[in-house]
Design a protein around this ligand. Structure first.
Ligand SMILES: Nc1ncnc2c1ncn2[C@@H]1O[C@H](COP(=O)(O)OP(=O)(O)OP(=O)(O)O)[C@@H](O)[C@H]1O
Length: 444
C-alpha cells in the first residue's frame, strides 16, 4: 500500500529526534558560459531527514550529485532553492556569528587524505587549525586538546610535530578525522572516507568511525559508492540518481527488497553475500541523461527496465518494446550530439554524412523481430523525421505513441511498507503493478 508523502506528513512522521531536515533542496551550477545554456541540475529537489545518532548512507553512480548534496549541507555550495534545517534552523540563509557557530557543529571528512591535508603544516597544526580559527580557549588548552584528539583517533602524542607525508593513507585519514572532531561537532559528513584506502585499512577506519559515533553521539551522512561498506555501516540508505533521491529507507530492508527500479538495478550489480538470495543482474541500457537536460517525467524513465507502458502496448513482446526504447534513446543521443565539424563540412559540400542513417539503424534494431505493421508504420514515420534531421519531431512522435506517465509526469515520493521507506516511482501507485513483480516477469 502506497501513499503520497507531503512535506507536512514527513515532518509529523519524523521519528525520534530529527537533527537534519532537508526540504526540496536544489543546487544548480550555472556555468556562465554560452548564452542560454542550461544549468547543471546537480541536486534537483531532494527531501529527507536524519535522526540524531544515526548513519545515513548516500549512494549512487558517479555524477549523480552525492558530493554536491554533501557540500550544500555544509554550506560549501550555495543552495539554489529549498531548506536545510539543522536542529530546526534553516542554515541556507545563515550569516555572521550564526554561520560561524554552524561551522563548528557540522564537519566534513574528505575522500582523499592526500589532497585534503596541507603538506606544509605539522599534524599538530592541521588538527589545531579549526581551534585557532574559532579562537577556542587558550593556546595551551588547544595544544592539550590536539594531543587528546590524536590519541582518540589512534595516533600518538609524538606525531604532533610530524608532517603528513610521513604517514600512511590510513593514518592520514585518522588525522583528517581528528581535525573534523576538534570542535566537537554533532554532525559529520563523510565523503567517501575509505575509498582511497587499502581494504585492510578500510575496516580499521570504519571501526574507528563507529567507535567515535558511540562515544560522542555523532550523526553521520556517509557518502559512498561501495555498497558493501554502506550495508555494513549504515542504519538507513538513500539512493540518488540524476540529482534526485530515488529511494530512502532502512538499510537491511532496502538491500533485501529494493522497492525502486533504480535501486533494483544498482544492487543487482553487487555480488550477493547471502547465497540463499538469488539476484539477477540487470544491465541498464544507455547512459544517464545529462543533468543539464533531465527527463521531464521520472528521472529514471529513459533507462527503466520496468517502465509503465501505455495501455495499448501492455502485452507487446518485451524484446520489441525494449528495441523501441533503444530507438528513442538513439534519437535522444542524436539530438543532443552536435554533429561533428567534419560532418558539417561534408554536409556543406553536399556529401554523405558519417552518421549512421535510418536505413542502417532500423534494420539493425528491428530486422530480426516480428514487428506488427501498425507498429512499423510508427517507427518509419519517426525515422522519416530523423532522416530530415528533425530528431525533436521524431522524439515527439514516438512519445505520443509509446510514451507513458513515466515519461511526462514526475512521480511523488511514495511510502513503501511500514518502516518509513520512501520511493520515487509511479509503480507504487495503486493502479500499477509493483516494480518487484514486474522484474520477476522479466527474468522468467
Ligand atoms: N563546480 C561544478 N560546476 C559545474 N558542474 C559541477 C560542479 N561540480 C559538480 N558538477 C556536476 O554536477 C553533477 C554532480 O556531481 P557530483 O560531484 O556532486 O556527483 P557525485 O555523485 O558526487 O560524483 P562522484 O561519485 O564521481 O564524486 C555532475 O554532472 C558534475 O559534473
Amino acid at each position: 500500500m502506497s501513499t503520497t508523502s507531503t512535506e507536512e506528513e514527513r515532518s509529523t512522521e519524523a521519528r525520534g529526534d530529527t537533527i537534519l531536515e532537508v526540504n526540496d533542496l536544489k543546487t544548480y551550477y550555472e556555468d556562465g558560459g554560452f548564452l542560454g545554456s542550461n544549468p547543471v541540475k546537480a541536486v534537483d529537489g531532494v527531501s529527507f531527514d536524519i535522526q540524531r545518532g544515526e548513519t545515513l548512507g548516500l549512494v549512487g553512480e558517479s555524477g549523480c550529485g552525492k558530493s554536491t548534496l554533501g557540500r550544500t549541507l555544509m554550506r560549501l555550495e550555495e543552495a539554489t532553492a529549498g531548506e536545510v534545517k539543522l536542529n530546526g534552523t534553516d542554515i541556507t540563509t545563515l550569516s555572521g556569528s550564526d554561520l560561524k557557530q554552524f561551522r563548528k557543529d557540522v564537519q566534513m571528512v574528505f575522500q582523499d587524505p592526500d589532497s585534503s591535508l596541507n603538506e606544509r603544516m605539522t599534524v599538530g597544526e592541521i588538527v589545531r587549525e579549526p581551534l585557532d580559527v574559532h579562537d577556542w580557549k587558550t593556546p595551551s588548552e588547544r595544544r592539550e586538546r590536539v594531543r587528546e584528539l590524536l590519541e582518540t583517533v589512534g595516533l600518538q602524542e609524538q606525531h604532533y610535530y610530524r608532517y603528513p607525508h610521513q604517514f600512511s593513507g590510513g593514518q592520514r585519514q585518522r588525522i583528517g578525522i581528528a581535525r573534523a572532531l576538534a570542535l566537537e561537532p554533532e554532525f559529520i559528513i563523510l565523503d567517501e572516507p575509505v575509498s582511497a584506502l587499502d581494504v585492510s585499512v578500510q575496516a580499521k577506519i570504519l571501526n574507528l568511525l563507529e567507535d567515535l559515533q558511540n562515544e560522542f553521539g555523532l550523526t553521520y551522512l556517509f557518502i559512498a559508492h561501495d555498497l558493501a561498506v554502506v550495508r555494513h555501516i549504515c542504519d538507513r540508505v538513500a539512493v540518488m540518481y540524476l540529482g534526485n533521491m530515488m529511494e530512502i529507507g532502512p538499510a537491511d530492508e532496502m538491500f533485501d527488497q529494493p522497492a525502486n527500479p533504480y535501486t533494483h538495478a544498482l544492487l543487482s550489480s553487487i555480488p550477493e553475500p547471502d547465497p540463499t538470495i538469488e539476484r539477477d543482474r540487470i544491465t541498464l541500457r544507455g547512459t544517464p541523461p545529462s543533468p543539464r537536460d533531465p527527463p521531464a517525467g521520472c528521472p529514471f524513465s529513459t533507462r527503466c527496465p520496468v517502465k509503465i507502458r501505455p495501455e495499448a502496448y501492455r502485452d507487446m513482446d518485451p524484446e520489441l518494446w525494449e528495441r523501441i526504447e533503444v530507438f528513442r534513446e538513439v534519437l535522444r543521443e542524436r539530438s543532443r550530439a552536435d554533429p561533428s565539424l567534419s560532418d558539417r563540412v561534408r554536409k556543406l559540400l553536399g556529401r554523405e554524412s558519417h552518421r549512421a542513417g535510418m536505413d542502417e539503424i532500423i534494420p539493425e534494431l528491428f530486422g530480426e523481430l516480428d514487428v506488427p505493421s501498425s507498429v512499423m508504420t510508427h517507427i518509419r514515420e519517426a525515422a522519416d523525421y530523423a532522416e530530415n534531421d528533425d530528431e525533436d519531431a521524431a522524439q515527439t512522435y514516438l512519445h505520443e505513441e509509446f510514451g507513458s506517465v513515466c515519461d511526462h509526469e514526475r512521480p511523488d515520493q511514495l511510502t513503501v511498507g511500514n518502516r518509513g521507506r520512501l520511493s520515487l516511482c509511479h509503480r507504487h501507485e495503486p493502479e500499477y503493478e509493483e516494480p518487484a513483480a514486474v522484474f520477476e516477469t522479466l527474468v522468467q
